[in-house]
Design a protein around this ligand. Structure first.
Ligand code: IPM
Ligand code: MN
Length: 371
């Protein structure tokens, strides 16, 4: 198994790049630049193929996610990198839902991994907290819950109208995300895992979360597993983030706490995510949106997209390349070679250039050579 994985890591990788809308286009261009730099520095081949899916295309010919897209991606690519989706000309966000949520569901990307890591203590809004205190990962269930789109509106627009949105929790779905989180903790030698739900109010759906948790934790006796209701978890994340190493929760709660966590670690400009199916093609993206207000102005911070690209490399088995990118990003943050949101004065392109040049200069160190 290990030998096979190493062999696969030697192969050329094909990446589907979907820049999307707004600043997504700009940050993805920089992430691609960095990917090309690390591929050159490592002497390993990476092919990037761009797709123009997004608002422009949707407005032009009505196509959001083209038919058969998911099979094509699964068949022809090793991973997908997305910028951001969302455009004021499509207020319904229909194309964004079709593309992003469509791919999450159709590719069964059931893990949404969102690392929260403070890269420089000056960036947290919390007083007296350092890099050591804010370093955990949120595993958000990504294919069920309130996001399935089951429900409807009855007597719409009348005073009697009823809107129903179903919260779908399946044993298979809950169990696989829970198991993935525990397995991650074990493999990374992390000691603490926190499951969060709202089982005191959601007495059916989250009763299932409780029962699955009780069952799965038995198999991981070396991991200290705890539980917070989601409201208490939000409070604890601010009060003492150092207590967390791995958090696992449902789709909607994971969406919310990943923004809270991102802010603890310096804001959306540094938050990457991986939408993962361990057995198939996975999708990586910054957590932030398309920020139309800043689009086209060379102002956006590309580091979240660059960190998403690093997560992708790690997922593909290019661990040393991932570390090279992460180290370059960390250095750019510490040396304030960043966009304005992180206290620097560089534009989007210049940040990408800085990170790419750093990687070219430093090269990619092989794990054996690293301390
Ligand atoms: C995210 C985003 C999406 C979500 C939106 C754009 C549907 O907020 O990736 O966190 O809610 O999942
Ligand atoms: Mn979100």
């Amino acid at each position: 198994m290990n030998a096979l994985r190493v062999a696969r890591a030697e192969e050329k990788k094909r990446i589907a790049v979907i820049p999307g809308d707004g600043i997504g286009v700009e940050v993805t261009a920089e992430a691609s630049k960095v990917l090309r730099a690390v591929s050159t520095a490592a002497g390993r081949e990476l092919e990037l193929v761009e797709f123009d899916w997004g608002a422009e295309r949707y407005l032009r010919d009505g196509v959001s996610l083209p038919p058969g897209a998911e099979e094509m991606l699964r068949r022809e690519f090793d991973a997908i990198l997305i910028g951001a989706l969302g455009d004021p000309r499509v207020p319904s966000m229909k194309h964004a839902a079709d593309i992003l949520l469509g791919l999450r569901f159709k590719l069964d990307l059931f893990v949404n991994a969102r690392p929260i890591e403070l890269l420089d203590s000056r960036l947290t809004p919390l007083r007296d907290r350092t890099e050591r205190d804010i370093h955990f990962i949120v595993f958000r269930e990504n294919t069920e819950g309130l996001y399935v789109g089951m429900g409807g509106i009855f007597k719409k627009g009348t005073p009697e109208e009823i809107a129903i949105q179903e919260d779908v929790n399946t044993r298979k779905g809950v169990e696989r995300i829970m198991r993935y989180a525990f397995e991650y903790a074990r493999q990374h030698k992390l000691r603490r895992l926190c499951m969060s739900d709202k089982s005191n109010a959601l007495i059916y759906g989250h009763d299932l979360w409780q029962r699955v948790f009780a069952q799965v934790r038995e198999e991981y006796p070396e991991i200290e597993s705890t539980h917070w209701y989601i409201d208490a978890l939000s409070m604890q994340m601010v009060k003492d983030p150092s207590q967390f190493q791995v958090i696992v929760t449902c789709n909607m709660f994971g969406d919310i706490i990943s923004d809270l966590g991102a802010q603890l670690a310096g804001g959306m400009g540094l938050a990457p995510s991986g939408n993962i199916n361990p057995e198939s093609v996975s999708l990586f993206e910054p957590v932030h949106g398309s920020a139309p207000k800043y689009a086209g102005k060379n102002l956006a911070n590309p580091l979240a997209a660059i960190l998403a690209a690093a997560m992708m490399l790690d997922h593909l088995g290019w661990a040393d390349e991932a570390v090279a990118v992460q180290t370059a990003v960390r250095t750019s943050v510490r040396e304030k070679q960043t966009a304005r949101d992180l206290g620097g004065s560089l534009g989007t392109h210049e940040v990408g250039d800085w990170v790419a040049n750093y990687i070219i200069k430093q090269g990619v160190q092989r794990a054996g050579a690293r301390v």
